[in-house]
Design a protein around this ligand. Structure first.
Ligand code: AMP
Ligand code: MG
Length: 479
């Protein structure tokens, strides 16, 4: 299906089927002097939008809050969530509006959310705006993960403006359109549970089953079946993150998708040097959301979701579902790592071999992504680059010989499909943000082009590890 223009975006809104206690109707507040900063043709293709059919001006009007797509009835939804371990009773879309949804090229419905669209009843003390800096991060992060095949929300476009906002300093505001089959979070369930609205909690669960997990409707307990699905998808998502060295940064329950998608990109980062306790968010002093904590935090978040469902599912059943998290995670993680290492089949020592590699990487803070590329070379007989990366020692040589005896001669075919050549390095993201804030979007376009084809062979800066001083940066969470 192709839509010839933006005026053909006919939106419905399934979320509006839910009662008024789930949302507030809010109109976007237009940005001053909107202009297109970035546009993802990959995301546009998901909803059949052909970029040749409309101008940049039209795009910036539609998605800078000046005009609304046909049929749009914008809503801000209410949710709550555990933030850094503590419960916050009232959150919600404080700076995003659900514009509506529409069928995509594959028939599934996509919600369009406009982020940075002004205040809503859930803005608390915020201004309802998003800094250009932060939407560029979300845009690049989501498109990079999508290209790697990781479940995520998608970014359609960024609209910049002359509107000023106050963060650590004065910054310019922007908006971003993101797409997802659903933006429902664990925190939506928590809101209705903790505010003692059991009828709404059941309505929300029924809505999620009807639209996203229809196969659960015929289960003995559909709510338990839904919970098991969410838990399984969450465990598998985190396995993808861990295998790729992705740190989300703020895994609060309000940032956890009920579809197991990567959602709400704040101070996220891909690892550079392999440091398991790396924490991408500068203000996360205790490392609650450090890279190596992500699987256990995801489980903790699933416990929060289970608690919210105790009125619909027996506690023993929820506990039994939860008890499967670790094994689902471990199987998925090992599978991902074996693909990266070109290890086919199953052998008893596989887990230990992977663990030993990670320890070697950690000892010398070796670049996580380069290590896999050097192993590809080792698999073809060229072992020196790997030894040079890890340092020549009996342990390294011993590990390498065990590894080489474990793989087949055609291992590199598999490895090339699973080891990205291009990784979205934080220092590159920072560079293009600085350029974009100064009005030059060319670096952003080039970096986006690089990360949307991560398996393409290249030798330029996008395929190199960062310079020494630019490794494992930690990032501000102000956005
Ligand atoms: P985040 O840390 O971006 O996941 O946001 C946590 C909560 O704060 C969400 O409910 C957001 O909608 C809200 N929020 C974050 N920034 C702003 C802002 N500038 N204005 C209004 N609400 C915001
Ligand atoms: Mg959030």
């Amino acid at each position: 299906m192709t839509r010839s223009g933006l005026d053909q975006l006919q939106l419905g809104n399934r979320f509006a089927e839910l009662p008024a206690s789930f949302y507030a109707r809010v109109q976007p507040l237009p940005l001053d002097n909107p202009r297109l900063v970035a546009f993802s043709s990959d995301t546009a293709a998901l909803i059949g939008l052909d970029p040749c059919q409309f101008s940049e001006l039209q795009l910036s009007e539609y998605f800078g809050g000046q005009r609304l797509p046909e049929g749009s009835d914008p809503l801000a939804t209410v949710y709550a969530g555990h933030q850094f371990g503590g419960y916050t009773a009232q959150l919600g879309d404080g700076r995003a509006l659900l514009l509506g949804d529409l069928p995509g090229s594959d028939g599934q419905r996509w919600e369009l959310q406009l982020k940075g669209s002004g205040k809503t009843p859930y803005s608390r003390h915020g201004d309802g705006r998003a800094a250009l800096r932060s939407v560029i991060r979300e845009y690049l992060g989501s498109e990079a993960l999508a290209a790697l095949g990781v479940p995520t929300t998608r970014a359609l476009c960024i609209v910049g403006s002359d509107t000023q906002i106050y963060r650590d300093s004065i910054e310019s505001a922007a908006s971003m359109v993101r797409l997802s089959p659903s933006h429902i979070r664990f925190g939506h369930f928590e809101y209705f549970y903790y505010s003692r609205q059991p009828d709404q909690l059941k309505q929300l669960s029924d809505f999620v089953i009807r639209h996203y997990y229809p196969q659960c409707a015929s289960a003995a307990n559909p709510y338990l079946a839904m919970y098991s699905e969410i838990l399984g998808r969450t465990a598998k998502l985190i396995a993808r993150w861990q295998a790729l060295g992705f740190c989300h940064g703020v895994m609060n329950t309000d940032n956890m998708s009920i579809l197991g998608l990567t959602l709400d990109y704040g101070p996220f980062a891909f690892l550079d040097g392999y440091q398991p306790d790396y924490t991408s968010n500068r203000t996360d002093e205790h490392g609650r959301y450090a890279y190596h904590q992500q699987p256990s935090v995801a489980l903790w978040n699933c416990v929060c979701l289970a608690q919210s469902l105790t009125g619909l599912v027996k506690q023993a059943d929820l506990e039994s579902a939860l008890s499967r998290f670790e094994s689902v995670y471990a199987v998925a993680y090992t599978e991902q790592m074996k693909q990266r290492l070109g290890m086919e089949g199953k052998e008893r020592q596989d887990g230990a071999l992977i663990e030993a590699l990670l320890q070697l990487l950690q000892q010398v803070n070796a670049d996580y992504h380069c290590a896999f590329l050097k192993l590809e070379q080792a698999a073809t007989g060229e072992v020196e680059p790997f030894i040079a990366l890890l340092g020549d020692s009996p342990q390294v040589r011993d590990w390498l010989s065990q590894y080489l005896s474990r793989i087949n001669s055609d291992a590199t075919i598999q490895m090339k499909q699973h080891n990205p050549r291009v990784v979205l390095r934080s220092y590159l993201t920072q560079q293009v943000i600085e350029q974009a804030v100064a009005g030059d979007f060319s670096g952003l376009v080039k970096l986006h082009d690089a990360v949307r084809a991560p398996f393409k062979e290249r030798t330029d800066i996008y395929a190199q590890p960062p310079p020494e001083g630019d490794k494992n940066l930690s990032l501000s969470c102000s956005s």
